[in-house]
Design a protein around this ligand. Structure first.
Ligand code: ZN
Length: 252
């Protein structure tokens, strides 16, 4: 007996009727469920739609002798569902674990003394999806906050982490701490004078030197802790002798 359909008129003493409502766990149609599990069936057909002419089905008939096989297949399906659900919740747990790890990491860094914070650190940023790790945040010991570093300065492949940080902090300082520089040289698209370039280069140089001096004087402990010294300051563009002497004097 390998037939998959029950043909002819149903003998109700031999068969049982199952509706889609009764088999709630089966998302696919009962017919394809039976085909998959090799259970003979006949669709229970109650008539046609009056004008669209598609048939109305109300469940299926299967042989009574197949009932236990049907139940077995149904159980297997339920078990599979449960496994999928468990897998899903496990994944959810992992996500939660990851989130709490990031949260704790951020909290740990926040509680550190300011002269020992890492150069680049995760930053807590608010988003509709919760707290997001921003792994390239740079710490500024002058204002005690994190800022997003410049892409150009951060992806210099030959630079060390320390040098990247130093260059970024100087740029940040030029724009966020030195109001005189920022007010004068941020043109925001406005036309600039013909001698903008030369004048700007000089102003930038001055602002950079003043940022370096500020760092050396105000963030001495921080620079010493991270072992940032003569080597890094010398690698920067146009560092003057005066600044280097200050580095030699203070950052030993
Ligand atoms: Zn700052």
């Amino acid at each position: 007996m390998n037939q998959d359909r029950i043909t002819g008129t149903i003998n109700k003493s031999e068969c049982i009727h199952i509706t889609q409502d009764e088999a709630k766990g089966i998302n696919e149609s009962l017919a394809s469920f039976c085909l998959k599990n090799k259970i003979a069936f006949q669709k229970h057909f109650t008539g046609y739609h009056p004008w669209k002419r598609y048939p109305f089905y109300d469940g299926i008939w299967i042989y009574k002798r197949d009932a236990s096989r049907f139940q077995q297949a149904y159980k297997t399906l339920e078990e599979q569902r449960r496994k999928e659900k468990d897998e899903e919740s496990r994944r959810c747990k992992n996500r939660k674990r990851r989130e709490s790890y990031t949260k704790n990491k951020i909290a740990r860094i926040r509680d550190m003394p300011s002269d020992k914070r890492p150069l680049f650190a995760p930053v807590e940023t608010e988003s509709p999806f919760g707290i997001v790790e921003y792994p390239l945040g740079a710490y500024c010991p002058l204002c005690g906050s994190y800022f997003s570093p410049s892409g150009y300065l951060t992806y210099q492949t030959k630079w060390t982490k320390k040098l990247k940080w130093l260059a970024n902090v100087i740029t940040h300082s030029r724009h966020y701490h030195n109001r005189a520089y920022d007010d004068k040289w941020q043109t925001h698209g406005a036309p600039v004078s013909p001698d903008y370039d030369e004048e700007h280069r000089m102003a930038k140089h001055e602002a950079n030197e003043s940022a370096k001096m500020q760092l050396i004087h105000k963030a001495t402990a921080y620079l010493v802790y991270h072992k940032i010294g003569l080597k890094e300051f010398r690698s920067l563009q146009e560092t003057t002798e005066e600044t280097l002497n200050e580095v030699k004097k203070r950052l030993k």
